[in-house]
Design a protein around this ligand. Structure first.
Ligand code: 6PG
Length: 474
């Protein structure tokens, strides 16, 4: 019996995905560049062995899969993927499907898709979220490619995807780069969620003097309410963990320099490319970059001194409620931005991205999974063409309820010198978005003054330049 699917790359994510596929009853052929890795993988596969065909050569691997052959490539993003594709291509037949399941830049995915177009082979760019655990027991899967090629893999992917109630968290989202684009925005939102949580943590730690254990308890309580989500849940857990070496709370012994591999940055770049404001996501990416400037921050603190950071609002149930609602309001802003970026990309790249479906397949399996995404699913199902999440009836009400808390918290944090860039960005995004008469009239006047760039008038009169007088360049 031939394998239903093949997988190349048996590092952690690849082997977990392969085991998940086998466990759900699908026969799978596997291949790794270093054959010992394949041996070890197979030796440790236990009861799943009879669903796995370990292969030592590409020829043997390709031969083991039922045509048209879907082949998942799960290796380091970038150059290695192109090398692997080139090595595989001569062995494949018309209709075979190469599937890149890594965190690829969707622009690379589009180029790879185009490159294969006239060869009779097809390409799927597949975003997989949920980390190692997700890959093993149920990730959220975002697929881009031709609809036909998706049909060939739909059954296997549906069997391995996370389930929300009974709904599998997998969907075909559009042609070529659609899946990897949506995964990128997922990660951009992930960055914003994480940064906003970290800012609230900073208020509690530095502004209110709370210990990691106390803050853990607070996040634990919030996880029972409207903030219920995987990221809040793990925040409770990481704050409760103890360092075996010192007995301190784990986060207290970890250096405050955040890593990043690119997906957050790509979200911000693509938002800027399309002219869609995604300020909370941008702030979260910049905050990671700023965190990496550790020695500059240390030097600057010596020059400017350490503020006492004393939060001007007393700790107690009212403040806790306010912090919770503030985080909730800011979260709405970040998701509204992420979905607005996807809506624009959908037009720009001809994808017809289905907003309710995206929210739906993010409800389980992925890193940003939450109860909140179920509410987004229903808001976009009722109003699929809403210009922005915050103007849907359901979210409009939530925003009205929670923005005053965000305003109080951001005001108090900035008054005490606590940096809250993502929370503040979400707040000012809201303030600017709902302001019918803004201040860009002045920008237009300045542009016309120095460069004769022209403006439109509020009365519609056909006059597009000012009488600026001396010094004007018009
Ligand atoms: C996921 C995660 C996953 C990975 C991030 C981390 O959805 O499962 O997003 O893809 O952990 O890419 O990204 P950084 O290293 O940039 O934080």
């Amino acid at each position: 019996e031939k394998a239903e699917i093949g997988l190349i790359g048996l590092a952690v994510m690849g082997s977990n995905l392969a085991l998940n596929i086998a466990e759900k009853g699908n026969k799978i052929a596997v291949f790794n560049r270093t054959p010992q890795v394949t041996d070890e993988f197979y030796a440790n596969a236990g009861a799943l062995k009879d669903k796995i065909i370990p292969c030592k050569t590409i020829e043997e691997f390709v031969e083991a899969i039922r045509p048209p052959r879907p082949i998942i490539i799960m290796i380091k993003a970038g150059e290695p993927v192109d090398q692997q594709m080139a090595a595989l291509q001569p062995h494949l037949d018309k209709g075979d499907i190469m599937i890149d399941a890594g965190n690829a830049n969707f622009r690379d995915t589009m180029a790879r898709f185009d490159r294969l177009k006239d060869t009779g082979l097809t390409f799927i760019g597949m975003g997989v979220s949920g980390g190692e655990e997700g890959a093993r027991h149920g990730p959220s899967i975002m697929v881009g490619g031709t609809e036909d090629s998706y049909k060939r893999v739909e059954k296997v992917l549906t069997s391995i995807a996370a389930k929300y109630n009974d709904d599998p968290c997998v969907a075909w989202l559009g042609n070529d780069g659609a899946g990897h684009f949506v995964k990128t925005i997922h990660n951009g939102i992930e960055y914003a969620d994480m940064q906003m949580i970290a800012e609230i943590y900073g208020i509690l730690r530095d502004g209110l003097g709370k210990s990691a254990a106390e803050i853990s308890g607070i996040f634990g309580d919030w996880n029972k309410g409207r903030l219920n989500s995987y990221l809040i849940e793990i925040t409770e857990k990481v704050l409760a963990a103890k360092d075996p070496a010192t007995g301190s709370a784990m986060p207290d012994v970890i250096l405050d320099k955040a890593g990043q591999k690119g997906t957050g940055k790509w979200s911000a770049i693509e938002a800027q490319n399309m002219g869609i404001p995604a300020t909370a996501i941008e702030a979260a990416v910049a905050a990671r970059s700023l965190s990496a400037l550790k020695s500059q921050r240390e030097a600057a603190e010596k020059i400017f001194g350490t503020p006492d950071y004393k939060f001007p609002i007393a700790f107690g149930p009212d403040l806790l409620k306010d912090l919770e609602l503030a985080l909730f309001a800011a979260k709405i802003g970040a998701y509204a931005q992420g979905f607005a970026v996807m809506a624009e990309a959908s037009k720009e790249f001809n994808w017809s991205l289905p907003m309710p479906v995206i929210a739906k397949i993010w409800r389980a399996g992925c890193i940003i999974r939450s109860q909140f995404l179920d509410e987004i699913t229903s808001a976009f199902t009722k109003a699929p063409d809403a210009a922005n999440l915050i103007v849907t009836p359901a979210f409009g009400e939530m925003v009205k309820e929670s923005i005053p808390s965000l305003r109080r918290i951001v005001s108090a944090a900035t008054a005490s010198g606590l940096p809250v860039p993502a929370l503040a960005s979400a707040l000012t995004y809201f303030d600017a978005y709902r302001q019918a008469r803004g201040t860009a009239n002045l920008i237009q006047a300045q542009r016309d003054f120095f460069g004769a760039h022209g403006f439109d008038r509020i009365d519609g009169k056909d006059i597009h330049h000012g009488p600026w007088g001396s010094g004007a360049n018009g």
